[in-house]
Design a protein around this ligand. Structure first.
Ligand SMILES: [Ca+2]
Ligand SMILES: [Ca+2]
Ligand SMILES: [Ca+2]
Ligand SMILES: [Ca+2]
Length: 335
């Protein structure tokens, strides 16, 4: 839902704040990233600029050819599925790190002494406080703006509570401030090595979808949620509903009992790195003309449109006009 804002800030700042809110919103509600694509497809696509900002096909092909060489670990001029998987792993890590870096800088961390479990001596480190984060992400004037519909304000207030719960979970040494490593868990809990942090995603999805509170997400609960959370444009495809239902039954509901329990939710929301292997297989077969299960540079360049997600964020960042955040248009709609 789009809201009209009436406070006195210059236009650019307001735009940026809204974009950031959307960004944070997306990172706080990662089901939007994964609900229809339990692999990383959406995350990996989110960095690609709109067609109007993209460089020429020649430039993209040249970039892919350069990256191809780097990915070809055994230098046989072919990429195996395993080599493509490693490439996907690397791009994925770059996207996460870039996202963490960008948000970390935005929140303007300050330096102070931090105690941790490993070292006896405190260390000077950059940190963020909850108040600093909260005031910048959910400023009072936004939460209390009488022009904002009640329903929207309630939903933002809930987001603050969720964010606070995540903050506490990501704060591994319980000093109420987050160092960058903890902040990474905060904005990307699905990547965390801490099971408690990952568990918050299951908890949040139950809160969002489990309307009768029995700790099981039925197909109906799942579909109701997807319908309300997916932009209309995406839902318009005639087979959208059938595709989502079959996704639930064939992939998510592993024991085929018609509902998702916590374990099934967990493997949906925090999939293992094997998903990159699936992605690599999909990418290779999308361009593998001679069917040898490997990619030549010609095969890749001929189908260059299929390989945008393998180009790291650093390359794309150069082509964004007006310093837009990655995927901002898409995130706009989700607010
Ligand atoms: Ca090779
Ligand atoms: Ca901490
Ligand atoms: Ca239920
Ligand atoms: Ca089940």
């Amino acid at each position: 839902m789009r809201v009209n804002y009436h406070w006195e800030m210059d236009h650019k700042n307001v735009e940026f704040l809204i974009l950031l809110l959307c960004c944070v919103f997306v990172s706080l509600v990662p089901k939007f990233c994964f609900a229809q694509a339990p692999d990383d497809e959406k995350l990996h696509e989110s960095q690609i600029p709109p067609p109007s900002d993209q460089p020429s096909p020649e430039e993209i092909k040249a970039q892919l050819a350069k990256l191809f060489k780097l990915a070809d670990g055994d230098n046989n001029d072919l990429l195996s599925i395993e080599e493509v998987k490693k490439w996907v792993d690397n791009v994925h890590r770059d996207i996460i790190e870039e996202n963490v870096d960008r948000q970390w800088v935005y929140y303007e961390p300050h330096v102070q002494e931090v105690h941790n479990w490993q070292d006896y001596k405190p260390k000077e480190m950059e940190v963020l406080t909850w108040d600093n984060y909260r005031n910048k992400t959910y400023p009072d004037y936004l939460l209390n703006d009488p022009e904002t519909p009640e329903e929207q304000r309630t939903s933002w207030a809930n987001m603050v509570l969720r964010a606070e719960r995540r903050w506490a979970l990501a704060d591994s040494n319980n000093d109420s401030i987050l160092v960058k490593e903890e902040f990474r868990d905060f904005i990307h809990p699905e990547e965390s090595t801490n099971e408690n942090v990952k568990g918050v995603l299951v908890q949040e999805s139950l809160e969002d979808m489990d309307r009768d509170g029995n700790d099981i997400i039925t197909l109906n609960e799942y579909m109701d949620h997807l319908l309300s959370a997916t932009p209309e444009q995406e839902r318009q495809h005639p087979e959208w509903i059938e595709v989502q239902k079959s996704h639930f039954s064939t992939l998510l509901d592993k024991d085929k009992n018609g509902g998702l329990d916590r374990e099934e939710l967990s493997s949906w929301l925090t999939p293992s790195l094997d998903r990159h292997l699936d992605e690599a297989e999909r990418l290779v077969s999308s361009a593998d003309i001679d069917k040898d299960q490997q990619l030549s540079v010609e095969e890749m360049v001929d189908s260059f449109n299929n390989f945008f997600t393998l180009i790291p964020p650093k390359f794309w960042a150069k082509f964004y006009s007006d310093n837009q955040l990655y995927g901002s248009d898409q995130k706009h709609d989700e607010l």
